[in-house]
Design a binder for this molecule. Structure first.
Ligand code: N01
Length: 529
């Protein structure tokens, strides 16, 4: 019998890949990590557009597996910048001596399961092939950029950028007329800064987003001290929550409160800023009437800030708030009061084409020096399906997921033994705090591989009926909420032709319990061989 080169190959060196390497190596497994980028950091390596920062508090958007690491690292701001998060990533890599097992600039193109000997054969774009008993995809949820197929894109004479693949040499927008397509989170963070730098900024908006002010700023040392002294308690509390972070949710329903009480609660949440706004009432994401009260509140705030009533109207979403990810902003709406910013409504008059000189829509051509695509990602499945992954009988993952991403616990796929995915579809991932979600998945996978070694077994595979049940459960939970009612990337609705399936599992704590129970029942729903 052929022995594979490694116990595990990990694809991706973001937060998930780095922790997998640390966990598996600490348990004595041999690991090789492949990373397509020229350095580590995943999302925080690629998304370096102006204003890029995290919308989860720094003290929570960090690893908790090592208390020494938690204690020694100091975050400067409530919401860390991309640069600070990348410094943290590098610190972790140095501290745990991770780099020696990471191969950068290496794009994994294919992974094929060898059924005779139960291992994966993983091939890179450069033509190298290695074998590993386990193949773990830590390829990220928002890593496959979406550039819409707009006629004429290739003939534009100026430079183009995508927020999710930003150049390492910062573009100089000074004196330039810049266009930005999209008004999601990435655009909302970058627009205020690009507007400050550029001669003129043209924003091409198809669907407005809801943005809540961040009120970002330096951390109060007393606050940090308390967190550090009581990290374990705070982390435990976050773990036992719906979302994996300390987002306090008011147990009251908006529909049980009068208008005055609603206003008081929204005012208080607005002053706190950030994602906590959605925790104002318990029924905001399950009851449309309740949701309307929160949406009305934000729309009124937009009208207060934006001087021009027509612009305020265009910037006001008419969709369910929270159904797409709520954005967290600094001076976003205020930016539309600047003379050098023009808002274009490309919902009423869609972009027709990109010309040599700019963007044409509604019988007008807007001349531009440069175009920024803030057009998002082929989320959750995009990075996986770009690779040619073949399981039992040579079946490809693209074929298997033609109707949607079927898997079990968001971790394993029937027909693809010894392969794990981290924060993929079916995991709480993007609707939870990514960091504890990643740590949970990594530890679950490492425990599982350890268990197989102890039991002298070399193969684990999700069972098809367990997978069916998991997909059903994920969708049933989502159907009890307002999430499926809008065209979000959670549903794949932003990518033409992508099957419409709600991908994230709602409920962090419930998810942890499910995974724990599976293990307690002897890896129920899996076949071990
Ligand atoms: O991408 P998006 P993003 N013509 O998909 C528009 C995370 N994130 O990169 O809605 C015109 O949200 C599209 O319009 P529409 C976060 O989870 C986190 O901004 O499809 N417009 C939309 O406005 C977030 O949700 C942080 O009508 C077109 C925009 O492009 C996720 O990443 C920061 C178009 C895409 O918005 C993705 O955010 C940044 C077309 N042909 C991101 N095609 C933080 O932690 C697309 N659009 C703070």
């Amino acid at each position: 019998m052929t022995q594979p080169d490694f116990d595990a190959v990990v694809v991706g060196a973001g937060f998930a890949g780095l922790y997998l390497l640390h966990q598996l190596r600490s348990r004595g497994f041999s690991v090789r990590v492949y990373e397509a980028g020229s350095d580590i950091g995943g999302t925080w390596f690629w998304n370096r557009y102006p204003g890029a920062r995290c919308d989860v508090e720094s003290l929570e958007y960090s690893y908790q597996f090592s208390d020494a690491l938690q204690q020694e690292w100091d975050w400067s701001e409530k919401y860390a910048t991309q640069g600070e998060i990348l410094s943290y990533v590098n610190h972790v890599a140095e501290r745990f001596d991770l780099r020696r097992d990471i191969q950068l600039n290496t794009h994994v193109e294919q992974a094929i399961f060898n059924e005779d000997d139960d291992y994966w054969q993983v091939s890179t774009k450069d033509g190298d092939t290695v074998t590993a008993r386990f193949c773990i995809m830590a390829t990220g949820c928002l890593s496959s950029t979406n550039v819409p197929d707009i006629k004429g894109l290739e003939i534009f004479k100026g430079a183009t950028f995508h927020t999710g693949n930003w150049p390492h040499v910062e573009p100089d927008f000074e004196g330039k007329t810049v266009g930005i397509i999209g008004t999601g989170s990435s655009a909302i963070q970058s627009i205020p800064l690009v507007a400050e730098a550029a001669r003129h900024l043209h924003v091409f908006q198809r669907t407005p987003s809801y943005a809540i002010p961040a009120y970002n700023g330096p951390y109060d040392p007393a606050y940090v001290k308390d967190r550090k002294e009581n990290y374990a308690t705070y982390r435990e509390r976050a773990k036992n929550s719906r979302s994996g972070f300390l987002l306090s949710i008011n147990e009251e329903n908006a529909t049980d409160c009068n208008a005055e009480e609603q206003q008081r609660v929204y005012d208080e949440r607005w002053r706190r800023g950030g994602l906590t706004f959605l925790g104002a009432f318990n029924d905001l994401l399950t009851d449309k009437q309740a949701n309307d009260t929160a949406a009305d509140y934000v729309r009124a705030k937009i009208s207060d800030v934006v001087d021009d009533p027509e612009k305020a109207r265009l910037l006001s979403p008419d969709t369910v708030i929270g159904c797409k990810r709520v954005c967290v902003d600094t001076n976003y709406y205020q930016t539309y009061n600047r003379d050098n910013v023009t808002l274009h409504d490309v919902k009423t008059d869609p972009i027709e084409e990109i010309t040599e000189r700019g963007i044409r829509y509604g019988n007008r051509e807007i001349e531009l020096d440069e175009i920024i695509f803030a057009t998002g990602f082929d989320a959750m499945t995009g990075a996986l399906l770009k690779m040619d992954i073949r399981g039992r009988g040579g079946i490809s993952l693209r074929e298997k997921w033609r109707e949607g991403p079927k898997n079990y616990l968001g971790l394993a796929i029937a027909g693809f033994p010894n392969m794990f995915i981290v924060t993929g579809p079916g995991s709480p991932s993007v609707l939870a705090n990514m960091m504890p979600a990643i740590e949970h998945h990594v530890e679950w996978i490492a425990d599982c591989i350890d268990h197989l070694r102890t039991m002298k077994q070399r193969c684990i595979e999700a069972q098809p009926d367990a997978e069916e049940n998991w997909v059903r459960q994920t969708n049933e939970i989502a159907d009890r909420t307002l999430f499926p009612t809008c065209n979000s990337w959670y549903l794949g609705a932003n990518i033409p032709g992508k099957p419409r399936v709600f991908m994230p599992y709602l409920g962090f704590q419930r998810y942890l319990e499910e995974c724990e129970q599976v293990v307690a029942d002897g890896y129920a729903g899996f076949t071990l061989a």
